[in-house]
Design a protein around this ligand. Structure first.
Ligand SMILES: *Cc1c(COP(=O)(O)O)cnc(C)c1O
Length: 432
């Protein structure tokens, strides 16, 4: 049920799709012509050089995915139970790890691959990233925690200085998930360089892509060498296949690296295009009861990977989300993410709900969740519009509220201003 029907696009406008430039095919061809079609070659070496140089770290290891890098970061961070042998024994319960709550599940799953227990930290309004106040609260409740996994949502850096101060004060380490934020800076420093072990991604919809792939980034030579070894099945320097540690097949292919290599020179251009898209939406929606995804302009320069909006509370029409289905009631002058996403889809364009917070996911429903006030699980039985309300009616849980009222807009950098104008009209019509 859409308030007003607009003309459909002949070719779909994607949320964020790969944008190729021509150099990619040259490097793929080079790999083919020289027969470096495996996990060794000039493209790989060059991707590692470019990634380390761009982010400003000493070492980069090119891997098959960002998720692989997060997994090996968690392994390095040592979140398995103390004394837990790698193989040959049943699983023991590993350590608790503080994790960003409102993110893609690839931030968090690697903690579980290593036998750790994710403890979700609520989101803050200023940047939609991990709330430093909630993190401090979490250390009060679980002072023994030694690892914090932190993502920069939609390319906007979180409050890294404040988070890192708390992390260091508790003698813990940061595992940074900069999968969405390559090229974004905080106080002039690139994301992907703030943690002990860091990740960027070249997944198909990221700011630059290899069709797939990721990089592990660090200033520790020892960590880089371990990741290089583990990612290629952990062979020892023996004449035969000698194994003393658990290995993985996580290395990037030299063909994929050719694509990444061809994309790197276009990173800043992609960021400029995405920034223009964000600013056009922002200007066009200035008089609607919505806000764009928040940016801490004083300290950070995002990469503007995705443009998002959040509807003001009093402009929300009733919307109820179950685990798989959703219902809403259209109201004049009001809207909700579902209505807007349906309207965008009706003209052959792609939006997306905000990442559903991990503490709301069935798979993680039993994991601890910490808000500014303390145990977020103590209040989550009182969902109203997806936001958990305390007895005084104050919203205690930011993540579920942003999920209820927010959405990602079509943010493809090949979208023309004219195409974006039509999407803007469609969104505006939802509030008629
Ligand atoms: C894309 C993404 C990842 C995973 O990267 P892949 O390369 O797809 O494995 C991890 N974390 C976040 C926040 C992401 O958006």
């Amino acid at each position: 049920m859409i308030k007003k029907q607009f003309e459909k696009f002949d070719n779909k406008i994607w949320l964020s799709s790969p944008t190729m430039h021509g150099e990619e095919i040259k490097y793929i061809q080079e790999a083919y012509d020289t027969n470096w079609m495996s996990t060794v070659g000039a493209n790989l070496n060059e991707v590692e050089r470019l990634a380390a140089e761009k982010v400003g770290v000493k070492y980069a290891v090119a891997l098959s995915a960002g998720t692989a890098s997060l997994h090996l970061s968690c392994k390095l961070a040592g979140i398995q139970a103390y004394g837990m042998p790698a193989v040959g024994h049943g699983a023991l319960e590993g350590h608790r790890v503080f994790c960003t709550d409102m993110t893609f599940d690839a931030t968090v799953n690697p903690v579980v691959y290593e036998g750790g227990i994710p403890v979700f930290i609520d989101t803050e309004d200023d940047t939609w990233n991990m709330d430093p106040v909630a993190l401090e609260k979490a250390f009060e409740i679980y002072p023994e925690v030694k690892v914090v996994v932190c993502a920069h949502l939609y390319g906007t850096p979180g409050k890294i200085d404040e988070l890192n101060k708390i992390i260091k004060a508790h003698d813990a380490i940061l595992v940074e998930d900069a999968a969405e934020s390559l090229g974004a800076t905080y106080k002039g420093v690139q994301t992907g360089s703030f943690g002990a072990f860091n990740t960027i991604s070249f997944n198909g919809n990221k700011i630059i892509t290899g069709s797939a792939g990721g990089c592990f980034l660090t200033n520790s030579k020892d960590a880089a060498e371990k990741v290089r070894k583990w990612s290629t099945q952990a062979r020892e320097a023996a004449p035969w296949y000698q194994h003393e540690e658990l290995g993985y097949n996580y290395r990037m292919s030299n063909v994929v690296a050719g694509v990444v290599r061809g994309q790197f020179p276009h990173l800043e251009e992609h960021i400029a295009q995405k920034k223009a898209i964000y600013e056009r939406y922002k200007a066009a929606f200035a008089d609607l009861p919505v806000q764009m995804n928040p940016i801490d302009f004083k300290n950070s320069e995002p990469n503007y990977w995705l443009s998002c909006l959040i509807i003001d509370k009093d402009a929300m029409c009733p919307q109820v989300r179950g685990e798989q289905d959703v219902l809403y009631t259209p109201k004049p002058g009001k809207s909700c993410p579902t209505e807007i996403l349906d309207a965008i889809a009706s003209i052959n364009a792609e939006g997306r709900p905000i990442w559903k917070p991990m503490h709301m996911q069935p798979i993680y429903r039993l994991n601890p969740f910490i808000t500014r006030e303390g145990n977020g699980r103590a209040v989550t039985n009182a969902y109203i519009q997806g936001g958990a309300l305390g007895a005084d009616g104050k919203i205690l849980d930011r993540g579920s509220d942003i999920f209820a009222r927010g959405l990602c807009l079509p943010s493809d950098n090949k979208m023309t201003p004219e195409q974006q104008d039509r999407i803007i009209e469609v969104v505006r019509a939802c509030f008629e």
